[in-house]
Design a protein around this ligand. Structure first.
Ligand code: CAA
Length: 440
């Protein structure tokens, strides 16, 4: 079967930055280390007043098309994944196509467009759909454009306010991809959950602590389901494991869970047994509570071992570098984690062709998906072409008053207008609901 996967990727961050330990923490009267050490975040990206999910998505897609020398006729499908949509009928992909049609001679009338919604996992679902469309032979030689775009804003004062972010990831899905091939094996963990909802409202109603537990439970199920189709996962099978990253502290918890899982049936558990004992098995306990307590103790001990620390530093930590500086991008977040890890490897001069990634996506509501990817010959050129560092460095850093203003500007229930903080430069800009972004 021909390899299908991600041929190229582009990232577009919101043009504003909020310093969490320096600006946010003092206003909230909190210790800056809650953000840097606890949540694992230094800063969040925000959209300027002329940016929204359409402009960020279109800007990422345009950059990608320009870099790859593509015309509309090369694209047979445009899928947008978002949980920040403002239109319950017309998909965001049509708005994005409208933007792009302003700058290309051709149009996208031939392209199948849609919008995917399942909280943050929708980006990966769109990616899966695009791969399957190609595998089914329906693409007529064309590629798919998958765009994950969100403004992850919470109500002011909500605990989630610390984990906001805004940005878009555009991915080109093709046969014989240059970046990664996606495995056809996938594992799922899915349940009807109500920890994070937006029923006809812009800002989420979220039970933050419970949402963390639901993330972990669904990830565990997805890992088990993945192993049932792909075979056992072992410690050294994957060079990196990019996971959905609402904030890096969440991934620290998910990584420990994954590690306990991958060492369960291997000799590593035997090797660690003298140091921390064996993993508790539920059948050895009289009650669930006793089992949970023993498991918690084991996990704490596992976290303190050198072996786990080495695995975490090599496999997980490199996936978190960009997230630390941008916050949660919802649908784009796991795709930012992939870029982050590969970028680290590029900078370290590593040769990764043929190595594998274990990708863990998650969406509240709730569903997790695990799949594997194989890094392709050509990944270095794709990573070298990105300008993530420049984009992050060029953001305007907001004072607290700026942040309050911009949050109100993006609050759909308020009618607030402020001057833009940055000057748009060759990018699509938002100019009113229902209209497409004009390019300035
Ligand atoms: N120094 C070091 N660490 C500190 C600290 C300090 N001074 N103060 C606190 N911390 C640590 C805490 O111990 C905690 O770490 P652990 O969880 O490992 O114990 C961490 O910092 C956060 O502190 P709190 O739990 O006190 O923070 P909080 O109550 O203000 O809220 C949150 C945390 C519930 C995650 C909140 O940010 C939230 O609601 N976020 C939105 C929901 C979310 O992102 N959920 C994630 C799973 S759902 C998902 O993934 C989908 C999605 O994208 C939303």
């Amino acid at each position: 079967m021909t390899a299908v996967g991600i041929d190229a990727v582009e990232i577009w961050t919101g043009n504003l930055k909020l310093d969490l330990p320096g600006t946010f923490a003092p206003e909230k009267g909190e210790d800056p280390e809650k953000y840097t050490k606890g949540l694992g975040l230094n800063a969040s990206s925000f959209p300027d007043s002329y940016e929204d999910i359409v402009t960020m998505g279109a800007n990422a897609a345009h950059r990608l098309m320009e870099r790859k020398g593509l015309e509309p006729d090369d694209i047979g499908r445009i899928d947008v994944a978002t949980e920040s949509a403002f239109d319950n009928s017309k998909p965001v992909s049509t708005y994005v196509a409208g933007c792009l049609e302003q700058v290309y001679d051709g149009d996208f009338h031939h392209a199948n467009k849609g919008e995917r919604k399942f909280a943050c996992i929708a980006g990966t679902q769109s990616l899966d759909d695009a791969c399957n469309w190609i595998r089914a032979g329906r693409n007529r030689g064309r590629s798919a454009l998958v765009i994950a775009t969100d403004t992850a804003l919470y109500a002011r004062g909500d605990a989630g306010e610390a984990t906001q972010g805004a940005g878009a990831v555009a991915m080109l899905i093709s046969e014989d991809p240059s970046l990664v091939e996606l495995s056809t094996e996938q594992g799922y963990g899915s349940a009807d959950e109500t920890d994070f909802l937006k029923p006809n409202q812009q800002f989420p109603s979220v039970d933050g602590k419970r949402s963390v537990q639901v993330y972990l439970a669904r990830m565990r199920e997805a890992l088990e389901d993945f192993e049932s189709v792909a075979g056992e996962v072992h410690e050294d099978d994957f060079v990196y494991a990019p996971f959905h990253t609402p904030f890096p502290g969440m991934v620290r918890k998910a990584a420990l869970l994954a590690y306990r899982h991958v060492i369960r049936d291997t000799s590593i558990e035997d090797e660690l047994a003298d140091e921390i004992g064996r993993q508790p098995r539920p059948e050895a306990f009289d009650s669930d509570e006793e089992y949970r307590d023993a498991l918690r103790e084991y996990m704490d001990a596992l976290k303190g071992t050198d072996r786990y620390a080495e695995w975490y530093d090599a496999t997980i930590d490199p996936t978190l570098t960009i997230s630390r500086e941008v916050g949660n991008w919802y649908t784009g977040s796991v795709h930012v984690a992939r870029v982050s890890a590969l970028k680290q490897a590029l900078e370290a001069g590593r040769d990764l062709t043929g190595e594998k990634l274990l990708v863990g996506s998650y969406g509240s509501g709730a569903q997790a998906e695990i799949h594997a990817e194989t890094i392709q010959d050509g990944w270095e050129e794709e990573l070298e072409a990105l300008n993530v560092d420049e984009q992050l460095a060029d953001r305007y850093e907001m004072a607290w008053e700026d942040y309050e203003e911009i949050h109100d500007v993006h609050n759909h229930e308020m009618d607030v207008d402020v001057e833009e903080f940055t000057t748009p430069s060759e990018e699509f800009v938002f100019d009113g609901w229902g209209r497409m972004g004009e390019r300035k």
